[in-house]
Design a protein. Sequence first.
Length: 156
Amino acid sequence: MQHFIPFKAFASIVSFILLLSFSSSILAESIEAKAFSSDAQEIRYRALINDIRCPVCQGQSIGGSNAGLAKDLREQVRKMIIKNNSDDEIQQFMVDRYGDFVVFKPPVNKNTYLLWFAPFTFLGLVLFFFIRSLLSKKKTTKTQTIDTSKAKDLLK
């Protein structure tokens, strides 16, 4: 008596589940794509939803997130594009609502100085200490050679 599902049946079930999950996302994409009157609006929409970070998922754009808030934000972007708002106005609306964090390319201002300049400062400090350690090794090597020559002179 065999209690295990045969491999072919298991593979068929997994394939069916994957097919359903992909088809629902494709269907959602086609619904969003039909909402615009021109290709230019759709291109702007795609660019904007990929440039705005999802406040829930944090590592994903609102275009790649399935979170409820991301869906609402995509709908908001769609409405603003249909109203002929500019890309800057749409991004500023999102920044006003969720902060500089929501854009993948945050502006350089007093609130984001640390974000922009910390990596360069850290790199500069690493280089400074690396060069300093190299120079200190050279000095100790010179003093050791001088000390050994003095020792040889004393032994004669």
